[in-house]
Design a protein around this ligand. Sequence first.
Ligand code: ZN
Length: 304
Amino acid sequence: MKALVIKSTGLWYEVKAGEEKLVARLRGKFKLEEKKLTNPIAVGDWVEVNPNEQVDGEWVITKIYDRENYVIRESPRKKGHDHIIASNIDQGILIVTLKRPRTSLGFIDRFLISLESFRIPGVILFNKKDLYSEKDLLKYEELKSIYESVGYAVKLCQFDNDVEEEVKELFRNKTSLLAGHSGAGKSTLINRLIPKAQQEVSEISNFANKGVHTTTFAELFFLESGSSVIDTPGIKELGLSDIEDEELSHYFPEMRKFLGQCKFHNCLHENEPGCEVKKAVGGAVSELRYESYLAILRTEDNRK
Ligand code: ZN
């Protein structure tokens, strides 16, 4: 029977088949198929499960259905290997704020680049609007117009009490991957969106895992009206590890239309003569995003 993976610990998986939640394990042979991955199955995967004839109440994953997309990052434990964080994602929602503590533009752009590289649409939620001064609000308007013109949805919000309807609307009928620095409000949003009963169950299963694992795992939660969110506790950034210098501008949608028009085919859009991207800076390419591009280009830590 077909089931959705809603939690993965690496040892066992929690899957949902219809309304039922089951515990399933993987048969060993899958682990060898994709050698460069440290985990063969991720939250968001659709799998086929069959009862385990040897263990009562346990299920075995016998097949993984093709993924629409997925996000990976370099495994922190095994060099040269990737770890799949989640799959079959409709959108990535980044929670940021201009106050307490202000989220850096570099962080926002790195997240958006990752999403672009996985072909996942991006949404930016600016939280804590009640704390913004007049000046902050002007800054927000500037950023909103920049990011919207690039093609990202941008919303101003506040999760203190209830989540505004227009924010809830963003989640409707979609599977959203949530990300954000601690302090930006991600956990508050999750608390507001997810029915309490589900969270309690989750706390119990997290508690059951304590002492066995030190890592926290991605988990999929169901919201009202066919929506779900994937939370990735402990993961602040998706990786940019597979992005080469020459490729970086491909993940800036506003630069894409100029690519191939520069004088040099391997133009990095820094100081090369005849660079069409650089000519567009201040126009179709905002100065802020271009500066971010240069800063990421010059940072080697996280990329090849
Ligand atoms: Zn160029």
